[in-house]
Design a binder for this molecule. Structure first.
Ligand code: SF4
Ligand code: SF4
Length: 376
């Protein structure tokens, strides 16, 4: 009995093999490719959602599979979920991929690089395995700013705290400029989102439970990571964290901050939508509103946010298949390459900047600090 596969029984037996989830291109529906893995890693169907459903069904029926080959295929999925968005009959091929990952863990048949990634998260609280004690290096000097408006607990998430720390530093600067004292959480660490994507749902649930317990208190909680928001949503808690972009928009509305674009920056920016916005576009809308409020003309891909093709930041791709992940990011930048790209998903930003340091891809706070004057 393979419990993770059995839980998807209905999906395993209804695939119509229509190939939408593999390589659909349909301009009228806003579809310009579907699967980043098929596009940038391997064109074989066995690397797609359809392939994962077929493998899951075969394994569920007790057929002998070559587990190392299956593991290589299943762990080069970015878990972006686009295959599920396009499936015309509502099947869950990405969930089949996650279920296969979970079963491969139970067979001790995962690639060594995947094991290292999971160990990094469990041991040091971040996917890079960097020392836990650097987590809060973004923290501002608390001594030099009054805080007439209140106090905030800022949980940047792994990408902003470690992968691209200039975003967390910039966000903290903006919060302080708006009149808030910004606190780091003692013992802050990964919320479990990347572990969940690796098929380790139970350990991921333990990480978010620990984080929520530590963060529960008097202060409002601000997040920068969109994948972190997913972890919080999976966990039952009355604590309602606020995404940084939403928080910033509200402060601009109150007049707590005034931001003016520098004369040297152009007047066009492009949104880099995250797969996290695919089925829940609130952050797509918030970032668009923020850019417009700053006076920028906002360029948006014709397929955004529902049908963007993953940039390769998620699912462990940058560690497991770095060259393919780099090609995925390059393909995304090629869509709108003439102007600065802004993303509400700092994991995407970190991935772009780590795979191409010269890339003009920014988180909202870093973009503002780089290209705007504060309180002119
Ligand atoms: S989740 Fe994304 S990368 Fe994985 S199979 Fe589906 S479309 Fe491809
Ligand atoms: S999972 Fe859905 S989209 Fe993919 S081949 Fe099967 S029916 Fe078509």
């Amino acid at each position: 009995m393979r419990p993770h596969l059995a839980a998807l029984h209905k999906d395993l037996y209804h695939c119509a093999d229509c190939n939408y989830c593999v390589d659909a291109v349909w301009e009228e529906a806003g579809l310009a490719h579907v699967c980043a893995t098929v596009q940038s890693h391997s064109p074989l169907v066995s690397y797609s959602g359809r392939g994962y459903l077929a493998a899951a069904r075969a394994w569920h029926e007790g057929r002998a599979l070559d587990l190392p080959t299956l593991a290589e295929r299943v762990f080069t999925c970015s878990t972006c979920g686009h295959c599920e968005t396009v499936c015309p009959i509502g099947l869950r091929p990405a969930q089949a991929g996650l279920a296969l990952r979970a079963e491969l863990w139970s067979e001790d048949a995962v690639p060594s690089v995947t094991r290292t990634l999971a160990d990094n998260i469990l041991r040091e609280g971040n996917p890079w395995g960097l020392p836990r004690n650097i987590r809060n290096e973004w923290t501002p000097d608390a001594s030099d700013a009054p805080a007439p408006r209140g106090e905030l607990l800022y949980l940047p998430g792994c990408a902003a705290a470690i992968g691209h720390v200039s975003e967390a530093r910039a966000a903290a600067t903006l919060m302080r400029t708006a009149g808030f004292a910004v606190h780091a959480l003692k013992g802050d660490g990964c919320c479990g989102a990347p572990l969940h994507e690796l098929g380790r749902a139970e350990e991921a649930a333990r990480l978010i439970a620990t984080l929520v317990r530590r963060a529960t208190g008097e202060m409002p909680v601000i997040l920068s990571g969109l994948e972190c928001a997913g972890s919080w949503a999976r966990h039952e808690t009355s604590l309602r964290p606020v995404q940084f972009t939403d928080w910033l928009l509200a402060r601009l509305g109150e007049g707590a901050l005034r931001l003016t674009p520098s004369p040297s920056v152009g007047r066009e920016v492009a949104l880099h939508d995250s797969c996290q916005c695919r089925n829940s576009p609130a952050q797509h809308e918030a970032l668009q509103a923020l850019c417009k409020r700053l006076g920028f003309t906002v360029l948006i891909s014709a397929n955004a946010p529902r049908h963007v093709v993953c940039c390769g930041a998620a699912g462990g791709m940058p560690a497991i298949a770095p060259e393919s992940a780099r090609r995925m990011a390059e393909a995304r930048r090629a869509e709108l390459s003439q102007v600065p790209l802004i993303s509400a998903d700092i994991r995407c930003v970190a991935h772009h900047r780590q795979s191409a340091p010269e890339a003009q891809v920014y988180g909202p706070a870093e973009f503002i600090l780089t290209h705007c004057t504060l309180n002119p």
